[in-house]
Design a protein around this ligand. Sequence first.
Ligand code: FES
Length: 111
Amino acid sequence: MKHKLAQLIDIPMDAWSEHSIQTDHGFVSVMVKRSATQYTAFINECPHQGRRMDYAENAFLETPEKQVVCPAHGATFDPESGVCLAGPCAGQSLKKLITSMDDNALYVAFE
Ligand code: FES
């Protein structure tokens, strides 16, 4: 099912931001990054122990190589695939969402 995440203008360029959306099962937190060519979105939940990937409002840790870092126990994730590259959940993955645009807004699809 497709959900409106945010207006495109509210998604910063080259930085992760957090957006909550309401689904039939309650609120879901989504992390999204906008680049010049694409939007990448994951459920904002580490596969290790389910902790949030942001440590404060719209604040995410990244390595110098732009891998995303879980603030709880330091797992690092590929910023495009969401695969955990190192840490306690190596080989697992953030849940990637399918994105689409319509009417100057970004939508994500859940299974
Ligand atoms: S909850 Fe993310 S590394 Fe442990």
